[in-house]
Design a protein around this ligand. Sequence first.
Ligand code: GLN
Length: 304
Amino acid sequence: MTEQLLLEQVVEQVRPLLGKGKVADYIPALANVSSNKIAIAITTMDGITIGAGDYLEPFSIQSISKVFSLTAALGLYEEDEIWQRVGKEPSGHSFNSLVQVELERGKPRNPFINAGALIIADLLQSRLGAPKQRMLEIVRQLSCNPKIGYDKVVADSEYQFSARNAAIAYLMKSFGNFDGDVDTVLKSYFHYCALKMNCADLSKAMFYLANRGKTLTGEQLVTPIQTRQLNALLATSGLYDGAGEFAYRVGMPGKSGVGGGIIAVIPGDMSICAWSPALDANGNSLAGTAMLELLSQKLGRSIF
Ligand code: GLN
């Protein structure tokens, strides 16, 4: 069976799940997205991208952006400078929880929950003159798509409803683990979340994670060891408190976002993006997880 046919089968077999789950509704801009969308795309080691379903339709990448921001920070800081501010452990709490931040004196568990990503956004703000512009350049380059942009409506809406993320940032500041102006860093963080990309863009962008740190255009973005480390963090923390379930069912490093996207990686093999907006109780795409599970079964591949 061709890979194209396989992806189409995955979409069709998972389509009946589309009534299940719940679209993120913490901001109106996301609540209005149709729950009927379903898509998957893969980029294989020969650099070819194929997809099925709505794989060319852009969506809000949300927390998938946390992979790009950590990668950008790795290019700007010594590793110790990053890991003294944020941990490497799975959280077992919801992605926007304040509880651990308080109990663990302002040091977030990992860079893929909101608290950790806010620390990374703070680090980027300190070293980059124009972090939002730089982030756009990075994702455009990684996806080979100069048209990628921010969804201003989503970014503004996130800012309007920013109480919880602001609380997390101020709590970390109270422990001395936040350098910049909270409002400025929040605005950058919300823009990263509001990047609009489709499954093809995202599977291309994540190619470096499958290719020992080398991008689709041949640039060595991170070292092979850093790539392995990023994949380890994704496997343990990329799906929040659903990371164990995801490892069990899908068996790949992955990162989800509340826009319904999930990226996943089979190192040395392919980078993948699945999208369907309705989420499970942990805030991970319900049909997206099912598609990745089915794909790993059909391919007979996982990292385990
Ligand atoms: N913008 C969302 C937030 O900060 C991102 C969370 C997510 O995708 N899990 O709450």
